[in-house]
Design a protein. Structure first.
Length: 268
């Protein structure tokens, strides 16, 4: 088989974005533990949460926003205990900014939270909200949308673009959150190849910060093809990738066109 015919076969195996979403929406996945729903139901839940979060009073809104910084690289049930403590004891950025970070770290440790240094991150973020945004989460959200890369919260130790975007996505569906589950689905289905059709410059270096931006641009463009918001499409990929998309599951995968399965079938 010639190199050109292989390339043609790869391109022919890349699914149409709308068809892909239709295929995966009916897949049943588990999240959180013990909760089985279709991908579509999970995504609708996430979008509904955004609408509810927007309606919250300032004190509750701050609790949701600051709590999102606790969820990185840790089991959700452990982070929820820490988040509940923060929400119950600090009603505003002013209150959390004024607390002793060492004492907060000790409390987080007692709650079983394995990253007590996050206490310093939360206090510093609260100081920024207090000093630069009048302690208003909504004011910060509007600023971050206009100044994506020039955000003072990104200067806080332990906060990167993805961590910051996780917090923002609690209130708006305009952000996508690239992680390993999403990257795997894009690669296995072949949707990643659309990056080159869009003129995006992806690399295999996961430490390359610019790669994150290029991936978010790709998800934004794919979401438009799917007639979805970026976060909505992001979550479709995430729920499908986390518990369903695996080379071991190709035989029962609902996606009708897929580069990985096409090549597996060709060698069997």
């Amino acid at each position: 088989m010639t190199a050109m015919s292989k390339l043609e076969r790869v391109i022919a195996s890349v699914p149409d974005v709308l068809s892909f979403v239709k295929d995966v929406y009916g897949a049943s996945v588990e999240y959180p533990t013990g909760t089985w729903k279709t991908v579509e139901e999970h995504v609708k839940d996430q979008m509904a949460d955004i609408q509810e979060n927007r309606k919250l009073p300032d004190s509750k809104k701050f609790g949701v926003f600051i709590g999102k910084f606790l969820y990185v690289q840790i089991r959700s049930e452990t982070a929820e205990k820490a988040m509940e403590y923060i929400s119950s004891n600090f009603a505003s950025p002013d209150e959390l900014a004024a607390t002793d970070a060492d004492l907060l770290a000790t409390k987080l440790r007692q709650l079983g939270y394995r990253f007590p240094d996050k206490a310093f991150t939360l206090v510093e973020i609260s100081k920024i909200l207090r000093d630069k945004f009048n302690s208003k989460v909504d004011d910060y959200i509007r600023f971050a949308k206009r100044n994506y890369r020039e955000d003072p919260i990104l200067e806080v130790r332990g906060v990167g673009f993805k961590t910051r975007d996780i917090a923002l996505s609690a209130f708006t569906a305009e952000y996508s959150l690239v992680d390993v589950h999403i990257a795997n689905v894009l690669s296995r289905t072949g949707l990643i190849l659309k990056a080159y059709l869009y003129g995006l410059k992806l690399t295999t270096d996961r430490s390359d910060e610019n790669n994150y931006f290029e991936m978010t641009k790709l998800l934004s463009k794919l979401s438009k093809e799917a007639n979805m918001m970026p976060f909505e499409f992001d979550q479709t990929l995430w729920f499908f990738g986390k518990d369903y998309c695996s080379p071991m599951n190709c035989d029962k995968c609902p996606v009708k066109k897929c580069v990985t399965r096409s090549f597996k079938d060709s060698v069997e």
